[in-house]
Design a protein. Sequence first.
Length: 349
Amino acid sequence: MRDVAHGLTEPHRRYNALTDEWLLVSSNRTSRPWLGLAETIPDRNLPSYDPSCYLCPGNVRANGERNPAYKSTFVFRNDFAALQPDSPIVKVSEGLLRAETERGTCLVICFSPRHDFTLADMSQAEARRVVDLWATQSEELGAEFPWVQVFENHGSAMGASNPHPHGQIWAGDALPREALREDESQKRHFEATGHRLLLDYAAQESGGPRDVGSDDEWLLVVPFWAAWPYETLLIPRRSVGRLPELDERQRDTLAATMGRLLRGYDGLFNSPFPYSMGWHQAPFDNADRSHWQLHAHFYPPLLQATVRKFMVGYELLSEPQRDVTAEDIADRLRSAIGAANSERTLTSG
Ligand code: H2U
Ligand code: ZN
């Protein structure tokens, strides 16, 4: 079966069905010379406990509070929260100038007591505990706020402030830009077809040239419309709107699939691979959200081991642009995932 991207070797634009935006793909630019910024490769020789780390068990944080001697995961309210639950509701406007207060809360979630671990190093059972934490915290925050954003900044190249494995959750009253865009596209598709957009997309991509390692519960794909070089999208194959709805089997397979992907990422350039990842789940409000399908985005910034993809001039001023097609990247990523995980089977077996 020939894929729609077959024969698209000329510069072209692709449509992002999830956000209703276009991007430019020009696969002829990868051989251009590069004398710009080189990223430093991070040190992965970390101690299992770092006395100066504010996330390690038993240590004191920046606000003077002491972390408990936690044994698996640990959640606390961000000491420098960007959103506050007790903000009064104020809306101001004058001509074209508008502003509204935003009520919300910000949590920091530690994935492991081990300072030197990453999600990629964890056993499936340990990663599963992170999945459970995402789900329970989403449920709790969703009782109070419509938008619950679970995410992880991984690696200093993506702004992570500390190598200790951790993520964040920000929850707030307003639906932010990405949520609104995805909500509108998914709603439009659902009203037109009676199907969820991302389930139709998953059916179309399954086993195709951008599929990098799906199983019977999850589709793992370099999206047709990927803007970041090694971007991936993870979608449950069954109808799921929000993280707390994932059943046992979906959670176990998620932990396994995520582990495989992240080990593949680290194997690509044989060095720790930075990314920001996060979940888009249906807003926790009373509106009808039957069009929403849960999914996770992984946005890695690198093009090569030490070369970052800059979203700058044309990207900022016109639209996103990429230099390698999603299909070429999917081939590389599929091999990296295969190689990294066969090694793991050998070393752990
Ligand atoms: P990032 O690495 O993604 O920045 O997440 C770490 C968060 O931890 C960051 O938002 C918070 C920072 O505000 N933090 C605390 O809440 N307490 C501390 O003692 C240091 C960092
Ligand atoms: Zn630590």
